[in-house]
Design a protein around this ligand. Structure first.
Ligand SMILES: *[C@@H]1O[C@H](CO)[C@@H](O)[C@H](O)[C@H]1NC(C)=O
Ligand SMILES: *[C@@H]1O[C@H](CO)[C@@H](O)[C@H](O)[C@H]1NC(C)=O
Ligand SMILES: *[C@@H]1O[C@H](CO)[C@@H](O)[C@H](O)[C@H]1NC(C)=O
Length: 563
């Protein structure tokens, strides 16, 4: 310790001494902030209006007071029984694995729903699980079923018994608010430390659910007058024309992941999260445990305090798999969030655009591209059908993500022939464009053959952000499709080992309003002839065949509006 440190510590100690002698309270730890509840000012928790949607707006500046503290009174303290008032829990929106709560409580790691009418809640197994890693064994499936230690429903009387304050000490209750809006991710590291699962599932689903929950429902529009929408699987409701700006995401808690466990190896999870939500606070398993540890007495048998979350979005992977879309159709947890909000007409067509733009801006990309969706005339069915509400990009940018240095990859000769076919296509298109005097209906084309692992993150984001046609072998790199602008030609082309198929990028592309095609060597499939999920031998191998001219022809047809 240097002399300077010693002086600083001494100064600190002296000022603490002066400071505490100025505080007129005997017990600053208990009533330190009662000043905010003096007189007729209600306690912070009571300021939340009863309307669930209104209540989620940004609250007035928070205090650290226990919620609903008794205003000091000269007469005898009010008996706890009549004075304690903890707001009851309500659900703003719910889909399997995705639940937005108001006024939920946590003690000893258990989420407590406080309610005098417990029947009004969805089955607990559709909201949470034990948060264990998922394996496909009957034992593991059983072990992920939630117990009363994961989530429980209690009455106001029970809450009072657990957390009622010590009257003699001037306490009313021992419930402490965690102000702001919290995302609680209940999953272990198993799927978090992977760019696709983190961004392409968790963040995408969180944003769809969060934004949708605050958006007015448009399902009152008469669906019988509208054509069925191809990009909506569940209903024919009309989406809002523009997304709303939901309240800020203040805090993300990874309850079962340690600090390194939500980060992926290339570092895209953290990059994306910080770019999209620069102010969000991240807590991990350790921080959650800190909160858990202070909620029960040293004897380990009595709950002593609880945390109150005014707004909490709980996500649970196992619970999402209990839903019909994720569980039996596409194995995407995000699909439960998206289908729910779409089905209720709460998800605007460009619901992801604001996040995409924020990330592009963060990377230093030019976001003034002509990819903004024009205001949609909801009454015009053609517009809804064809997607002509979106502008064509000025330039047709094809980006092929080469995986030739990575485990799962193409036969080397096929890769080379593919690049040759793509070059020929782009050269031919550009000579047509030049022949037409660089105007008319033809456009300039550009081909990027990239190895993502050799690019900086900023450059990856910039490149994929201006890509219209993304091409690659099935793999994590295709997650970058979330950065592509929607346009009438935006397309993801995914090469599989023949007969192989998985929904990961197919579902994600469609959820964002892009077309997806799968390639099996010299054939392709789209929405109309989509195969079943299959991982044949060779799927993960280094000998994936592809016939370059088939891919080039598909791209040409797609841009011409023929595929
Ligand atoms: C703080 O609490 C103590 C007893 O716990 C009480 O004597 C004192 O009056 C309280 N102060 C205020 C400002 O409420
Ligand atoms: C607290 O949680 C632990 C672990 O989940 C459990 O074993 C214990 O019974 C709980 N204690 C109380 C009082 O709920
Ligand atoms: C891929 O397609 C090409 C062109 O039809 C064909 O010559 C080649 O044998 C095919 N490769 C495999 C492995 O089927």
């Amino acid at each position: 310790m240097t002399r300077r440190d010693a002086i600083l510590i001494l100064l600190g100690a002296i000022s603490m001494q002066i400071f505490s002698s100025l505080i007129p309270f005997e017990r600053p730890s208990i009533n330190i902030s009662t000043h905010s509840t003096f007189g007729s000012n209600p306690a912070p928790i009571d300021k939340i209006p009863p309307n669930p949607l209104l209540g989620l707006e940004r609250e007035p500046p928070a205090t650290t007071a226990p919620i609903d503290e008794i205003p000091p009174s000269k007469s005898a303290p009010t008996p706890i029984g009549s004075a304690i008032h903890l707001p009851e829990t309500s659900i703003v929106s719910h889909a399997p694995g995705w639940t937005l709560f108001r006024d939920i409580y946590m003690a000893n790691g258990t989420l407590f729903i406080l309610s005098s009418s417990p029947k009004n809640f969805p089955p607990i197994r559709d909201m949470t699980s034990t948060g264990l890693e998922a394996l496909n064994t009957p034992e593991n499936i059983a072990a992920r079923e939630p117990t009363k230690l994961n989530m429980d429903i209690i009455t106001p009387e029970e809450a009072q018994r657990y957390w009622g304050g010590d009257v003699k000490r001037g306490e009313k209750n021992r419930v402490w608010s965690v102000e702001g809006n919290t995302m609680l991710f209940n999953d272990p590291g198993q799927f978090l430390n992977h760019y696709y699962h983190f961004v392409g599932e968790l963040l995408l689903g969180t944003w769809a659910f969060w934004q949708g929950a605050f958006s007015p429902s448009h399902s009152y529009l008469d669906p019988t007058n509208l054509p069925p929408r191809k990009d909506i699987t569940s209903t024919t409701v009309v989406p809002p024309s523009e997304p709303i700006k939901p309240p800020p995401v203040d805090r993300i808690i990874f309850a079962h992941a340690r600090p390194h466990e939500w980060r992926d190896h290339p570092g895209f999870n953290a990059y994306f999260l910080r770019a999209a939500f620069p102010s969000v606070n991240v807590e991990t398993e350790y921080d959650w445990k800190d909160r858990v540890d202070v909620t029960f007495a040293p004897d380990g048998h009595h709950l002593t305090r609880a945390w109150h979350f005014p707004t909490l979005l709980l996500t649970d992977r196992s619970a999402a798999f209990r839903g019909q879309y994720c569980g039996s159709q596409n194995q995407r947890i995000v699909s439960e969030a998206v289908e729910k909000m779409r089905g209720e007409g709460r998800l605007a067509r460009n619901w992801w655009e604001s996040v995409r733009r924020d990330v592009l801006k963060f990377a230093g990309a030019d976001t003034k591209t002509k990819d903004i969706i024009k205001t949609v005339n909801l009454a015009d069915p053609d517009i809804l059908e064809s997607g002509i509400d979106m502008a064509m990009p000025k330039k047709i940018v094809i980006t092929y993500i080469s995986r030739q240095d990575v485990k799962r990859r193409l036969i080397e000769a096929d890769h080379e022939a593919l690049v040759k076919s793509l070059r020929e296509l782009v050269e031919r298109k550009n000579s047509e464009w030049i022949k037409e005097g660089r105007k008319g209906t033809s456009r300039e084309w550009e081909l990027n053959v990239v190895k993502a692992e050799q690019m900086t993150k900023d450059n990856q984001i910039k490149t994929f952000g201006r890509t219209s046609i993304l091409l690659g072998v099935h793999g994590n790199g295709l997650t970058h499709l979330v950065l592509m602008a929607r346009s009438p030609i935006t397309t993801v082309i995914e090469m599989f080992y023949p007969k192989g198929f998985a929904h990961d990028y197919e579902w994600t592309a469609k959820a964002l309003g892009m077309k997806h095609f799968g390639i099996w060597n010299d054939t392709y499939f789209g929405e109309r002839n989509m195969p079943n999920v299959d991982y044949p031998d060779g799927f993960q191998g280094t000998q994936i065949p592809v016939f370059g001219p088939t891919v080039a022809k598909l791209i040409e047809d797609r841009v011409a509006g023929l595929a």
